[in-house]
Ligand binder design. Structure first.
Ligand code: ATP
Ligand code: MG
Ligand code: MG
Length: 417
């Protein structure tokens, strides 16, 4: 162990970065962030290595890497050419006299691997690859881009193949459902072609799911890139409204232990086929027949893992991210310290103060066997923007906890009206 604190470079300083800094505050590790000076994460973390600018700026990414021991991301939509270069060829480090020489190139590990980031960035390719590895996915087909007759014809073929409804998806840069267009009838085709014409797209068969599940896993590998192990957190149920995650339940409501084990097995199988260290979120659909269908993977801390901060306090997803990428010892198991937990996102409403009744209510709730934790991200409120979350935990059942959390669930849905 070295006395010098490890420097972790982080691309992006939103709320995930902020919670990573919270987790890192208990260690000597320094988290150096490339993002705007006012970003959520920099507000709570001061160190001499921060860089001001865009985490999409290749020159600044290299500048950050030069000061770091390891580089990580809080968002997967980052150009991977520069990350590959940093990990394989290295970055020039300044000599004491300020000069760059070929002899002072430094390779910096990137976790998760740039290979994983490159693959998952294109959702269609991500799923084709994983299907080839035996992961169950919904049927999909490529769609021509351009918004013209060619695109319409290939969308017609998707309608014939899948029937209505089906989902038109942008291959890249999607989040919170912003790259999805549900095609419910032939009437939708022309409008969808207009809206998505400039994007590379694919068609996905509609999954009439019973509910959605997610599993966070920790992926550990050695310096040579050989997989050490993949450890799953308990399965959670995620609820999306207008394609944005609004609530997370642990354990899932009315889902058998057998199905939960199956979901964990799929998540492990997915992470085994990817590359690099860190936490990975695997999103899945559960069908009426009890089948698991893989939806997508986010190779980073994720909204579905926020409740681990309080539910698995010795190894939250953020602590796990730092522990894994710094290759420090991981625990044998990831067992919650509570029986049940619910996470409710605080989304911005129509007015800057629309969310305040929810926050005030959460702050006032105390009861035996339960606890309520409010997280605010220091972000300006905008409609549907994630500006905080509330986690409730209990030593009782998920059904009891849901009853306890009813006023919060009700107030959170009122923000959306
Ligand atoms: P995220 O913010 O999780 O990255 P995203 O923009 O990448 O979201 P997806 O995860 O593909 O989008 O889809 C968002 C939501 O839309 C899903 O969680 C699910 O509720 C719904 N959805 C996506 N694909 C399908 C499908 N094939 N059939 C039915 N519903 C779907
Ligand atoms: Mg996504
Ligand atoms: Mg998703």
């Amino acid at each position: 162990m070295s006395l010098r604190p490890s420097v972790v470079g982080l691309l992006g300083g939103g709320q995930l970065g902020r919670m990573l800094c919270e987790a890192g505050a208990a260690s000597n590790a320094q988290i150096a962030i490339l993002d705007a000076d006012s970003c959520s994460a920099k507000q709570i973390n001061s160190n001499p290595h921060h860089i001001s600018g865009s985490f999409k700026d290749a020159a600044k990414i290299k500048q950050l890497a030069a000061a770091c021991d390891v580089l990580t991301v809080e968002i997967e939509h980052i150009e991977t050419e520069v990350l590959e270069e940093i990990a394989t060829r290295g970055v020039p480090v300044h000599g004491a006299d300020g000069t760059n020489t070929a002899s002072t190139m430094k390779r910096v590990a990137v976790h998760p691997s740039w290979r994983t980031l490159r693959l998952v960035q294109d959702k269609f390719e991500q799923k084709e690859y994983l299907r080839g590895q035996g992961i169950p996915i919904a049927e999909q087909m490529a769609i021509e881009s351009g918004g013209d007759e060619g695109m319409l014809a290939s969308m017609e073929r998707a309608s014939q193949k899948f029937g209505y409804p089906w989902m038109l998806k942008a291959r890249k840069d999607s989040y919170d459902g912003r790259g999805n267009f549900k095609i419910s009838s032939q009437d939708d085709l022309r409008r969808a072609a207009q809206e998505f014409g400039s994007l590379a797209c694919y068609a996905e068969k509609w999954v009439p799911f019973e509910l959605e599940l997610a599993v966070m896993v920790i992926r550990a590998e050695d310096d040579a890139g050989h997989l050490r192990r993949v450890m799953p957190y308990p399965v959670v149920e995620t609820v999306h409204e207008d394609s944005i995650c609004s609530k997370v339940y642990m354990p899932p409501r009315k889902v058998s232990t057998e199905v939960c084990r199956k979901a964990q097995a799929v998540a492990i199988a997915v992470a085994e086929q990817l590359w690099g260290r860190g936490v990975f979120a695997i999103e899945m659909f559960l069908t009426k027949d009890g089948d698991i269908i893989y939806n997508e993977c986010a190779p980073r801390p994720h909204n579905s893992g926020h409740l681990t901060i309080e539910a698995v306090p010795y190894m939250s997803q953020f602590k796990a991210q730092l522990t894994a990428i710094l290759d420090e010892p991981l625990p044998e198991v990831l067992e919650p310290h509570v029986e049940s937990s619910i996470m409710i996102n605080i989304l911005g409403g129509a007015h800057p103060d629309s969310h305040l009744p929810l926050v005030e209510k959460a702050k006032s709730m105390y009861a035996a066997k339960t606890a309520v934790y409010v997280h605010l991200y220091g972000k300006e409120s905008k409609p549907s923007r994630k500006i905080g979350h509330i986690t409730v935990t209990s030593f009782g059942s998920i059904a009891e906890l849901e009853r306890f959390a009813e006023p919060l669930l009700e107030l959170s849905s009122r923000i959306r009206q």
